[in-house]
Design a protein around this ligand. Structure first.
Ligand SMILES: [Zn+2]
Length: 159
């Protein structure tokens, strides 16, 4: 990780740096298993504690920024889930996930100068729209999932 005071502010994302710093400095354990082209994981699975590095690599070919945003989302979601678990111990796991997911989506949106993320899921695609407080579109992505072997869903950012 980056030692304090060593980060070049001209390189990379300050949002990503902040999320990683909070994760590293946290006393909580964040467990993420890295898988590669897991047919049952699109980007990540919160409940299976998995991140698909094959999916991240594929997305980065179309947009390195979107890959960074997904990583930020996953780390923030886990930080928030741990926080929520302490603050609201009676909350069931799905409600805890939904709350953590919403908070992670907001943090992810700040990567694009936005405040929230809208998501529209199709059969083999996903459309992501990042909007500011006035609903102005700051960034949009269409991601298609190709199925070359009918099992491995490989996300590709549509140019
Ligand atoms: Zn999420």
């Amino acid at each position: 990780m980056v030692a304090e005071g060593k980060r070049d502010p001209k390189v990379g994302s300050s949002v990503a740096a902040d999320v990683m710093t909070r994760a590293v400095e946290s006393k909580d354990t964040i467990k993420i298993n890295l898988v590669n082209n897991d047919p049952y994981v699109d980007f990540d699975s919160y409940f299976k504690e998995r991140v698909d590095v094959g999916d991240l690599d594929s997305v980065a070919q179309g947009s390195p920024e979107l890959r960074a945003a997904i990583v930020v989302h996953v780390i923030e979601e886990n930080i928030q889930a741990n926080t929520i678990k302490r603050e609201q111990p009676g909350l069931d796991p799905m409600a805890r996930f939904n709350l953590a997911h919403d908070r992670a989506s907001s943090t992810e949106a700040t990567m694009f100068g936005a405040v929230s993320r809208q998501e529209f899921t199709g059969k083999n695609s996903i459309f992501l729209r990042f909007v500011d407080g006035q609903q102005n579109v700051k960034k949009e992505f269409t991601v298609n999932f190709e199925t070359p072997d009918a099992l491995t869903r490989t996300p590709r950012v549509v140019p």
